[in-house]
Design a protein around this ligand. Structure first.
Ligand SMILES: [Ca+2]
Ligand SMILES: [Ca+2]
Length: 204
C-alpha cells in the first residue's frame, strides 16, 4: 500500500460514517412528514364524511318534517290546502297556522276572505271539514262586544253559533277574534294566537 492509499481510507470511512449518521435523521423527517400527511388525509376524509353526514341528517330532518305535516293533516281529519266547493262558493282549509290578522292577509292573497258564516248549512259544511280550531272572519277589535264580519254582513241579524257563555266580551281579557272548533261552535280568542284559517271566495 502506498502513501496515496493511506489517505483514501479515512475519506471512504468519512463518507460511510456521514451516511450512517444522517440516515436516521432523514428517516425521522420522512416518518414525520408521513405522519403529518396521514393526519391531513385523515382529517380531510373525516371532514368529508362529517359533511355528508350533515347533509344526510338534513335530508332526514326534511323528510321527517314532511311526514309530520302529513300526519298532522291526517290527524285533523281532512286533507288541507285544497279548494272545496259548497253552494256556489269555494273554501280553502289552510294547513298553515297564523295569527288572525295574518290569516286575513293570507286569504286576501288568494283573492278570498276569511270565511263568513251566513247560514246553518254553511256552518254544517265547515264543521264537516274541520277537526281542530280555525279562524273565521269575525272580530270585535274595533269595540269590545261589537262583533263584525269581515265582509260587512250584519252581525246582529245573522245566525250565530257561539258556544255556551261565549263570547266573553270582557275588554281586559284582550280576546277579540273568533274561531270555530270542530264541534262547530264559536269561541272568542286572542287574535295573536296561531290557528288555521278558512278562506272563502265565490266560484269563478
Ligand atoms: Ca259565507
Ligand atoms: Ca272581545
Amino acid at each position: 500500500m502506498d502513501q496515496k492509499d493511506n489517505y483514501r481510507v479515512p475519506e471512504r470511512r468519512l463518507v460511510e460514517s456521514t451516511h450512517k449518521d444522517f440516515s436516521p435523521v432523514v428517516i425521522y423527517i420522512l416518518l414525520g412528514l408521513s405522519i403529518l400527511l396521514s393526519i391531513l388525509i385523515l382529517g380531510t376524509v373525516v371532514g368529508l364524511i362529517s359533511g355528508n353526514s350533515a347533509e344526510v341528517s338534513t335530508s332526514i330532518a326534511e323528510v321527517q318534517a314532511e311526514v309530520n305535516q302529513l300526519a298532522q293533516n291526517l290527524s285533523h281529519g281532512r286533507p288541507f290546502n285544497k279548494w272545496r266547493y259548497f253552494n256556489h262558493k269555494l273554501y280553502y282549509f289552510s294547513s298553515i297556522r297564523n295569527n288572525w290578522n295574518e290569516s286575513l292577509k293570507f286569504c286576501a292573497s288568494m283573492n278570498s276572505q276569511l270565511v263568513v258564516i251566513n247560514s246553518a248549512a254553511e256552518e254544517e259544511f265547515i264543521q264537516q271539514n274541520i277537526k281542530c280550531k280555525h279562524w273565521i272572519g269575525l272580530h270585535d277589535t274595533v269595540e269590545e262586544g261589537k262583533w263584525q264580519w269581515v265582509d260587512g254582513m250584519d252581525y246582529e241579524t245573522n245566525i250565530k253559533f257561539w258556544a255556551n257563555g261565549q263570547p266573553w266580551n270582557i275588554e281586559f281579557l284582550g280576546e277579540d277574534c273568533a274561531f270555530i272548533e270542530e264541534n262547530g261552535l264559536w269561541y272568542e280568542w286572542f287574535c295573536s294566537y296561531w290557528l288555521y284559517p278558512i278562506c272563502e271566495k265565490p266560484t269563478e
